[in-house]
Ligand binder design. Structure first.
Ligand code: DGL
Length: 283
């Protein structure tokens, strides 16, 4: 006789997903704030960047990643990728979860970031620098409009920024050209902007250059900190989820690329030694 175990009665790690390395900037902040939980990070490096891919593909790849993290026992998955949050989160929450895993949760990074701009912007003009996919989806405009209808949002797509980071060129002289170009373009389109959201989890790696070219009166918001606080708040409000999370303070790293490639760059993102395992994501 086969004994059936109740999956909700066991505990598991928090899954963190990104197309590549970017989500590590979010993981870093989450682990700083909540070190006691177990975490599994999954980077789909073999298929990054997502930012220039179609809605359908980003949705398909994200769903594969979420399913994989569920198969490893994660009760909760954070899409630490704006592009995936913008293009796949709603469908996963509304269609996929209720049918297959109603007790698990998938959360994104757009809403937690949008919640903070209302307190910060005085001019009520906000810029969003993100991948072409995130900007085209208009997710930030829509989320901010729901919370703060008086804020005007201008999106700037920065297609070269992720490749610069993924290829280890974030600190190179070549990166200055692309960073400056998009900051100037954004502020030219709306000179009243006083707050800029870095709406891509890769961009904190470009912060030294972004700060160099951004005028002093503009506040730059990297989102890792906001996402971490929002998650901690979520777990306080949802004790039924909190008690399903395992607390051995372990970190596991998975990549769809060669682990050596991942380990080298992940160490740069996290500032600590990383040893990843390679996995295959299946349809
Ligand atoms: N880091 C991801 C984001 O936040 C996406 C980068 C990409 O794959 O294009 O949007």
């Amino acid at each position: 006789m086969q004994l059936k175990t109740d999956p909700t009665a066991t505990t598991g790690p928090i899954g963190i997903f990104d197309s590549g390395f970017g989500g590590l900037t979010v993981m870093h902040q989450i682990c700083e704030l909540m070190p006691r939980y177990d975490y599994v990070y999954l980077g789909d490096n073999a298929r990054a960047p997502y930012g220039t891919r179609s809605f359908e593909l980003v949705h398909e790849f994200t769903l594969q990643a979420v399913r994989h993290l569920f198969s490893l026992g994660c009760p909760l998955v954070i899409l630490a990728c704006n592009t995936a949050s913008a293009k796949a989160l709603r469908t996963i929450q509304q269609r996929f979860l209720p049918q297959t895993d109603a007790w698990r949760r998938v959360l994104g990074v757009v809403r937690p970031t949008a919640e903070y701009v209302g307190e910060i912007s005085k001019s009520r003009h906000v810029g969003v620098m993100a991948t072409p996919g995130t900007v085209r989806s208009r997710t930030y405009e829509l989320e901010i409009a729901k919370l703060f209808p008086d804020i005007s949002v201008t999106g700037e797509a920065c297609p070269m920024w992720v490749p610069l980071v993924e290829n280890g060129e974030a600190a190179s002289e070549g990166a200055d050209y692309f960073v400056r170009q998009h900051i100037e373009s954004l502020l030219h389109r709306d000179p009243l902007i006083d707050t800029v959201i870095l709406g891509c989890t890769h961009y904190p790696l470009l912060l030294p250059k972004i700060r160099r070219y951004m005028p002093d009166h503009v506040t730059v918001l990297p989102q890792g900190e906001y996402v971490a606080h929002s998650l901690s708040d979520y777990l306080r409000r949802h004790p039924e989820m909190d008690c399903r999370l395992s607390t051995g303070a372990t970190r596991r790293f998975l990549t769809t690329e060669q682990p050596d490639f991942f380990n080298e760059s992940a160490t740069m993102f996290l500032g600590e030694h990383v040893s990843a395992e390679r996995i295959l994501l299946e349809a």
